[in-house]
Design a protein around this ligand. Structure first.
Ligand code: ZN
Length: 265
């Protein structure tokens, strides 16, 4: 299998990179990414995932475009105000590259509907704005064995990490934040403010980290860096990295969890 000739030019600058190459580009083309949150992180992440030729994109968000979004949510313009974000984002993808398959799902992610949304995905990139959704998505990823790229941003700081809590010895997002936020719809963006370009940095970095996961075992750029949390500081500026250890008592991926009981009865 190889890319059709009409697609080679589009991805020529990827293919020429030894770390990606034709084999890596083909893997990206075959990937299915579920993007949760089409806001300040999701917009630039979507632009670079689509640019990388991710063959199938599922776009999940229950919001509509607001004038206050335009300072950082780069896929929308004035004409999109009051539209569903899933409609605006899907239209952006179709205009950008009609060869990509895109589905918009305008729904609030809950513990009930998350398993169906993440099922079968190559990975999930979560850039949503509240902990309840993040934990629902993260738990569903662990249960379904789907890698998670988690990205968050506020003011001048961003956090991006890849999680594979379904794999032995690797932490999940719940190992990092614990159980305190399950019922807390903690959207502080409106109160605290956010530098638009900071969301761009976190979103594009999340797209890069997603590509490391998708190319794991395929080409040299594939290095998923499970459980390594990258903290982006836009004021200094700089980046530091910490390890998130697996919590043996974690409700989602720990040794007492239902998933582990199923694997080790
Ligand atoms: Zn965990």
């Amino acid at each position: 299998m190889s890319l059709p000739p009409e697609r080679l030019d589009r991805f020529a600058r990827h293919i020429v990179l030894p770390e990606i190459g034709g084999v890596g580009q083909l893997a990206l083309t075959r990937a299915h990414v579920v993007l949760v949150g089409l806001g300040g992180i999701g917009s630039p992440a979507l632009q670079y995932l689509a640019g990388a030729g991710i063959g199938r994109l599922t776009l999940v968000d229950d919001g509509r475009v607001d004038a206050t979004n335009l300072q950082r949510q780069t896929i929308y313009g004035e004409a999109d105000i009051d539209r569903l974000k899933t409609d605006g984002a899907s239209q952006w993808v179709t205009r950008f590259d009609p060869a990509l398959a895109v589905d918009g799902v305008s729904t609030r992610v809950t513990a009930e509907n998350a398993p169906a949304l993440v099922k079968g995905a190559s990975l999930v990139l979560d850039g949503c704005d509240n902990f309840a959704t993040r934990l629902a998505v993260a738990d569903a990823c662990v249960a379904a064995g789907v890698p998670l790229v988690s990205a968050a941003v506020g003011r001048f700081q961003g956090q991006v990490a890849n999680f594979a809590g379904h794999l032995p010895g690797h932490s999940c997002y719940r190992c990092y934040v614990g159980d305190a936020f399950d019922a807390d719809d903690c959207d502080t963006c409106a109160d605290d403010g956010m530098l638009g370009a900071m969301a761009g940095w976190a979103g594009t970095f999340a797209a890069m980290q997603a590509m490391r996961v998708l190319l794991d075992g395929v080409s040299a750029f594939g290095d998923p860096q499970w459980g390594r949390l990258h903290i982006l500081d836009g004021l200094k500026p700089g980046m530091r990295t910490i390890n998130i250890a697996k919590d043996p008592a974690c409700k989602a991926c720990g040794s007492a969890s239902a998933a582990q009981d199923f694997i080790h009865p």
